[in-house]
Design a protein around this ligand. Structure first.
Ligand SMILES: N[C@H](CCC[C@H](N)C(=O)O)C(=O)O
Length: 257
């Protein structure tokens, strides 16, 4: 089955995006998704996104991790698919689309996308880590010497030992300044470190505010793949008006044979 695809990256978190408005893609074919995402035998990506028609919203976003399984929300993917929707001419600058965790608004200005994340209800603060769900589950832990930290071994251990079968994404953080943090993420469903994780840096920003590491509600997150910004408003015990902002780049168009 031959079809066109687009390769995107959002601060190094990379995706294959397919215009599936004709609903041709075999959505239950886990093996095909994993093969497309394979970095040797396929295009190579952290995940695959389908842009589909939606009766009310501008489009529907379907997201698969690179293991081929349907996933929870992908923040960087949400930013890239919004850019793709504008490229296709479905939207101009603003959009409302539906993803697995509900409706999202986004604003696309050239290669810069601001994505509204869902409200965050529960932030669980433990002695040496914080756990919260920003559309995907995230463990947030402060470490020293982040640059030399073994993210893969420690991330994989925490993902399995602490969070069982369901697992969690695991973010390791170092504070650089009052409202600037460096982040490295072990991503569930990729089962490796990714160059950035959108729902992950969103979780880090909220966790750093919740635990008093910053009093700013606009936070810069430096990841190996580039810089992202997260802003938010505290509301009772949770957070609202949470925005994930940063670059979304279309790298190339290809044909899958
Ligand atoms: N792998 C994540 C979903 C994608 C998260 C990440 N790519 C993002 O930008 O939020 C999970 O299974 O929870």
């Amino acid at each position: 089955m031959e079809f066109p695809f687009y390769k995107y990256q959002g601060t190094g978190n990379d995706f294959v995006i397919i215009d599936n408005r004709e609903d041709f893609f075999p959505k239950k074919d886990t093996e095909l998704v994993a093969k497309i995402c394979d970095r040797r035998f396929g295009v190579g990506a952290d995940g695959l996104l389908l842009l589909e028609n939606h009766p009310d919203a501008d489009f529907r976003m379907v997201y698969y991790n690179s293991d081929g399984n349907l996933s929870s929300m992908c923040g960087n993917g949400g930013r890239c698919i919004s850019h793709f929707a504008k490229f296709l001419g479905i939207i101009s600058e603003k959009t409302t689309f539906e993803a697995v965790d509900g409706m999202h608004e986004a604003t696309v200005k050239n290669d810069w996308v601001s994505l509204k994340m869902n409200n965050i209800e529960k932030v669980k603060v433990s002695e040496n880590f914080t756990f919260l769900n920003t559309g995907s589950p995230h463990h947030v832990e402060i470490v020293t010497e982040l640059q030399d930290f073994d993210v893969f071994t420690n991330g994989r251990y925490i993902r399995n030992k602490t969070y069982g079968k369901e697992g969690s994404n695991v973010n390791f953080v170092e504070q650089n300044d009052h409202a600037i943090f460096s982040v490295r993420t072990y991503e569930r469903g990729v089962e490796d470190e990714t160059l950035s994780c959108g729902t992950g840096v969103t979780a880090v920003a909220i966790a750093m505010f919740e635990t008093g590491k910053t009093s700013e509600n606009k936070v810069t997150l430096k990841t190996p793949g580039g810089q992202l910004q997260v802003r938010f408003e505290k509301e009772g015990s949770g957070y609202k008006n949470v925005f994930l902002e940063g670059p979304a780049i279309q790298v190339f168009k290809g044909i899958w044979k």
